[in-house]
Design a protein around this ligand. Structure first.
Ligand code: ADP
Ligand code: MG
Length: 355
């Protein structure tokens, strides 16, 4: 177990900077998820922590040691990848014990470590099988077993569930979370899937273009996204956004869009008057119907069972509403949308920052 500190970390390939000055401090035992769109530098960052990529600038510390110049095999970390990379000619037990054999550990110690990992992961009945005799989920479990037997200071995961089908992904993500609750080993987990990030993380690091956009607990990011990028990246369906100018209206402060749609603003925000802002509201926070609100025209209705998605337009802006009610509405119908003032998210249009 160990704390991991990343300071001012940079990585360039030739003249392209792919990690641009990252600071993250991960306390011992925490489960941190790095999330962001494809190409934002997540794997590069993780591979630098693992020692599989050199560091261009900055520092990585594991425990009390700066590991920049320490070889991967001497960092006492274990990594699990998307393609499990099991040895096809070895049984499950051999796959799990291989790293310990290489390290020259004694046979009884190896057997004990494999036994412990296999019982944690429910692999006892599969120890004599070969990888080709396993399902995708079982292979993923063996890959985790290989990491567990090493009893590392830090677990690193790079999109380990991407090759599994949707149902198995959901199951494996709770297994990994449960595993962390048992072992309490510091874990850094990379995914592009914000639902995975939200459901698994103690803290989420949202990345874009080689920088950190925001770090926080899942619900902190959901409730108070620091900028428009995080606001739209976290939460599904994405937050609805409208641009306009804040102004004093008859009944208080409002925002007026270019298409003359008027939306209510909190009365305490007279500081915003005259400013160009982005107005955000989550699909699940919009209330349909009762009373005067913002007029929207329905384009499509998507029932999912538990809830119904109303895809509509406010002026020309696409707007998604999630309703728990069963709606008797159809394409072309006009509805009135209420945006509860306490659920609004406001951002500066020029900087994208929360205001
Ligand atoms: P992510 O894991 O977030 O999808 P990566 O860390 O794999 O992103 O990649 C970040 C950026 O670095 C991408 O633009 C990618 O093309 C670039 N990159 C990754 N590895 C190399 C490499 N070996 N040489 C040059 N560019 C690379
Ligand atoms: Mg990647």
């Amino acid at each position: 177990m160990a704390r991991v500190e990343i300071s001012q970390l940079e990585k360039s390939y030739d003249d392209s900077e792919v990690v641009r000055g990252i600071d993250i401090d991960i306390p011992d035992g925490e489960f941190v998820v790095l999330v962001g769109p494809s190409g934002c530098g997540k794997s590069t960052l993780l591979r630098m922590i693992a020692g599989l990529e050199s560091v261009t600038d900055g520092e990585i510390r594991i425990g009390d040691t700066v590991v920049n110049d320490i070889a991967a095999k001497d960092r006492d970390i274990a990594m699990v990848f998307q393609n499990y990379a099991l040895y096809p000619h070895m049984t499950v037990a051999e796959n799990m014990s291989f790293a310990l054999k290489l390290k020259g550990e004694a046979k009884p110690a190896i057997e004990q470590a494999v036994k412990r990992a296999s019982s944690i992961l429910g692999l006892d009945a599969l120890l004599a099988r070969y990888p080709k005799q396993l399902s995708g989920g079982q292979r993923q479990r063996v890959a985790m077993g290989r990491a567990i037997v090493r009893d590392p200071k830090v677990f690193l995961f790079d999109e380990p569930l991407s090759n599994l089908d949707a149902k198995l992904r959901v199951q494996m993500r709770s297994e990994i979370k449960e595993l962390h609750q048992r072992l309490k080993t510091t874990t850094i987990y990379v995914t592009h899937d914000q639902i995975e990030a939200m459901t698994m993380a103690d803290r989420i690091v949202v990345m874009q273009g080689g920088i950190v956009e925001q770090v926080g607990a899942p619900l902190e990011l959901y409730d108070k996204p620091a900028n428009v990028f995080v606001a739209t990246f976290i939460g599904s369906p994405s937050m609805n956004l409208y641009s306009g100018t804040a102004e004093a209206g008859d009944g208080g402060l409002v925002m007026r869009t270019q298409e003359d749609v008027v939306m209510p603003l909190p009365s305490g925000r007279s500081d915003l008057a005259g400013r160009r802002i982005v107005y955000g509201i989550r699909p699940e926070d919009i209330v349909v119907g009762a009373g005067p609100g913002v007029v929207a025209s329905i384009s499509t209705i998507e029932p999912t069972g538990a809830e119904t998605l109303l895809l509509c337009k406010v002026g020309s802006v696409n707007t998604v509403v999630v309703s728990r009610e069963r709606v008797r509405l159809g394409p072309g119908d006009d509805i009135s949308l209420i945006f509860p003032i306490e659920r609004l998210h406001l951002f500066d249009e020029a900087t994208g920052r929360r205001i």
